[in-house]
Design a binder for this molecule. Structure first.
Ligand code: PLP
Length: 362
């Protein structure tokens, strides 16, 4: 089979999604499944829908288009605020979009009117992580704008945490979001459809807080795909962390001195790391590199150690494993490594080994 390949166990992804849907439903919270790390890959989007997500979200319009074109008929939210010039495409390709700028909201209104669409505005509120969001005192004015402009409705309020500064959800910032939902509803005179508390970093709070207030939605990517929460990168109980595995092939395996010799300067990717002299060791070269994934985000099989990587070569200490040219090595991935692997044109997608032959197409 072709390598490098990303082996995807959609049963495990589906299990993660339905478990999260079930656990959060106990708190009155629905799940928006986030597909961006998988580039909106339709089989994965379908698995999330089958697991009971309320809708799908992605930060890129191309990924949402891919989902729509594959015939998946669910509510789609664009998670990254669009450029003004994208308004026509956003209104055509998404049911709702995250927004923070009045000029963009106006452009969306004009595009919606022109095409006869009714587009939802998910107004993002800044709660301290300092990525996207209007400041709390601006919510009232922005809610009024979305409510009054033709072709639009205020779909909901959202917050994003843990992405830029590592600020997590807590009783105070979530209570503030609940209060702001009240402010927005006083403007529209109607209950807003969605109060979205954040992403995977909110699961611990949402499943344990004594009171989740008006929060009724989480937008979940990493937890669904990799079973982890982003704040501490901890594995979430009851979820699979190994739904994805990156498999690559060995192209050289030889006994070599463990210390380089000769005068040293920089490596292909910056200053060289310190190397301990461990005598002569087996050293395996894997056909995988920065063009395929984030090598720092790979977990090799037990007993193997990643010694370094350049654009197309990854150097491994295979420990007691017997490797030869053509041997395959499977790696676990962090979210960052997964995003890079999904995005690399050199990596194919395949079902898990042993689940039948054939690739799944990208
Ligand atoms: C990526 C993203 C998410 C999903 O985050 P995870 O930590 O992967 O769950 C949610 N909301 C927005 C706005 C995003 O960009």
């Amino acid at each position: 089979m072709a390598a490098p390949r990303l082996e995807v166990d959609l049963d495990k992804v589906g299990h993660n999604a339905s478990t999260l849907v079930g656990q959060l439903a106990l708190r009155g919270i629905a799940v928006t499944g986030v597909t961006k790390a998988a580039l909106g890959w339709p089989p994965l989007a379908r698995a999330l829908v089958a697991a009971g997500v309320r809708g799908l979200g992605d930060s890129r319009l191309a990924n949402l288009d891919r989902i729509r074109r594959s015939g998946i008929d669910v509510h789609l939210t664009l998670l990254r605020s669009p450029l003004p010039a994208e308004a026509v495409a956003v209104v055509a390709g998404a049911d709702a979009s995250c927004n923070t700028e009045a000029s963009v909201v106006r452009a969306l209104s004009a595009a919606a009117v022109a095409s006869g669409a009714d587009h939802g505005i998910l107004l993002m509120v800044e709660l301290g992580d300092l990525r996207e969001g209007v400041l709390p005192h601006e919510v009232e004015g922005m809610a009024r704008l979305a409510d009054q402009l033709p072709g639009l409705h205020l779909h909901g309020l959202g917050a994003n945490l843990a992405c830029q500064s590592g600020v997590g959800p807590d009783a105070a910032n979530m209570a503030e979001l609940t209060e702001l939902a009240g402010v927005a509803e006083a403007v529209t005179g109607e209950r807003i459809a969605v109060v979205s508390g954040g992403g995977s970093s909110n699961i611990a709070w949402a499943t344990s807080a004594p009171d989740t207030g008006r929060i009724d939605d989480l937008r979940l990517g990493e937890a669904v795909l990799l079973g982890r929460e982003p704040l501490h990168r901890g594995a979430i109980e009851w979820l699979h962390t190994d739904a994805f595995r990156l498999v690559a092939g060995v192209i050289e395996c030889r006994v070599k001195p463990s210390r380089p010799w000769g005068a040293t300067g920089e490596t292909a990717f910056g200053p060289p790391g310190a190397v301990r002299d461990r005598g002569h060791r087996l050293r395996a070269l894997v056909a995988l590199g920065h063009q395929d994934t984030d090598p720092a985000g790979l977990t090799p099989p037990e007993g193997m150690t990643v010694l370094g990587a350049s654009s197309d070569h990854l150097v491994l200490d295979p420990g007691d494993h017997v490797l030869h040219p053509g041997s395959e090595v499977g790696f676990g991935l962090t979210y960052g490594a997964l995003v890079r692997a999904m995005t690399s044109p050199f990596v194919t997608l395949a079902p898990p080994s042993g689940a039948g032959a054939g690739t799944m197409g990208r």
